[in-house]
Design a protein around this ligand. Structure first.
Ligand SMILES: NC(=O)c1ccc[n+]([C@@H]2O[C@H](COP(=O)([O-])OP(=O)(O)OC[C@H]3O[C@@H](n4cnc5c(N)ncnc54)[C@H](OP(=O)(O)O)[C@@H]3O)[C@@H](O)[C@H]2O)c1
Length: 391
């Protein structure tokens, strides 16, 4: 256990527990809590929190904390009461900063499911330095964004020679739908392209440059990728940025590392249809009435049914090359956005709370903070990490 801080009443506080993915995470923690875990669920509505606790196996042992982002003192109290705070209260750009600030200030570890680059860049600029002083680890994107990609690239690099330039391409395939919370976060991002680029530039001004190594994540071009037998479309999600940050932080990605991130689609018309649909939503998000109309289609708190989630799956295939070796690896699992996200999120919280991890502080990635330990946890929990071929 890397940080005891036993003066705090809870090992883990889960904020947003009454939301869609929050409730799934609470259920996962209740079913998989190690003996003696001291944990609490937190949200703004005390009655719904009580109802959730009554449904949880062993719920009588679970603490309750009421907190509302509109009342900063209640958010600060979460950080003061926990060794690790895990939050699903999103969109993070709207609701998230006070909690990051409180964790950085009090030395509590923080993790979220944020896939919003603007928020992650903003918290780096404003809170990384304070978190380094207090020892808090601030870990964003601990769900399907970006764990399979970050740990998958980490796993792939481990199969390649050390000390040589490496390239890794990731190809995502999934059959799944999304929740109201995820849709709201995506719409917020589509509506703020200028702010997103400004936050990235501000981060670049503050971040130390790598002097002796290189790590890049260029946007690839759409192409047919014979190595995976599918059409590859560049995916403009946060994942490639996270992989690049892991490569910057960890020497074993070698002297010159490049990652490219794609969606893999079997048929070209499906690929073109997907691009057109995302472009249409992105364009509509620029116009407030159209954005309101879209956000009314899927409300916060809504999400796919248990039956739909049971049929959902994901696979991320990686092709890594370097030092004369080519390796094909795969990370796979069930419903990416919710069932598996809740699992990844809960296991990340448990890993920060209890695993013997490398010493890190400030804003860190999942690979940097928990790489080997979290990979082993996820494998034990049924997420596949495998080497398909080495040539
Ligand atoms: N990385 C990934 O792969 C991934 C996957 C799934 C979700 N996500 C992200 O996770 C976040 C949550 O998704 P979701 O589907 O669970 O959304 P959701 O059902 O809308 O849940 C949002 C949560 O935020 C809470 N909240 C809203 N305003 C609040 C306030 N003023 N004070 C305190 N709590 C407040 C809600 O509380 P109430 O319950 O009281 O309404 C709810 O618990 C989203 O940002 C989504 O993009 C990421």
């Amino acid at each position: 256990m890397s940080r005891l801080r036993t003066d705090r009443p809870y090992d883990i506080v889960l904020f947003g527990a009454t939301g869609f993915v929050g409730a799934l995470t609470a259920e996962y923690l209740a079913e998989h809590a190690p003996e003696g875990l001291r944990w609490a669920i937190a949200a703004r509505d005390a009655r719904r929190l009580e109802e959730l606790r009554e449904r949880l196996p062993g719920g009588a042992e679970v603490g309750l904390l009421r907190a509302d982002v509109a009342e900063p003192a209640t958010v600060r109290a979460l950080a003061e009461h926990a060794r690790v705070v895990a939050t699903t209260v999103g969109p993070y750009g709207r609701y998230g900063e006070d909690l990051v600030a409180a964790c950085a200030d009090t030395g509590a570890d923080y993790l979220d499911l944020c896939g919003e680059p603007e928020f992650v860049d903003l918290t780096y600029v404003r809170h990384d330095a304070r978190a380094r002083e207090t020892g808090a680890r601030l870990v964003h994107a601990c769900g399907f964004d970006s764990i399979p990609h970050d740990l998958g690239a980490y796993f792939t690099v481990r199969q390649l020679p050390e000390g040589v330039p490496l390239t890794v391409d990731g190809f995502v395939t999934a059959d799944a739908t999304f929740s109201g919370g995820t849709f709201a976060s995506a719409l917020d991002q589509f509506a703020r392209p200028r702010q997103m680029f400004a936050a990235a530039r501000d981060r670049a001004r503050h971040e130390p440059r790598l002097m002796s190594r290189r790590a890049s994540a260029p946007t690839g071009a759409p192409r047919f990728a014979p190595e995976v037998g599918a059409w590859a479309l560049p995916l403009p999600t946060i994942d490639a940025q996270i992989v690049r940050r892991s490569a910057k932080a960890l020497d074993h990605y070698g002297p010159d590392f490049r990652y490219r991130h794609y969606a893999a689609v079997d048929r070209l018309p499906v690929a073109l249809g997907g691009v057109a649909a995302v472009a249409a939503v992105a364009a509509a998000a620029q116009v407030p009435p159209a954005r309101r109309w879209l956000s009314d289609r899927l409300k916060p708190g809504d999400g796919p049914s248990a039956e739909k989630r049971a049929r959902s799956w994901f696979t991320v295939r990686f092709v890594g090359e370097g030092g004369g070796r080519r390796v094909f690896t795969e990370v796979s699992g069930g419903d990416p956005g919710y069932g598996e996200t809740a699992k990844m999120f809960a296991e990340s919280a448990l890993s920060l709370a209890f695993d013997d991890l490398p010493p890190t502080a400030g804003q860190v990635t999942t690979a940097q903070a928990m790489g080997d330990a979290l990979t082993e946890r996820l494998r034990a929990a049924g997420i596949g990490f495998r080497v398909a071929a080495i040539r």
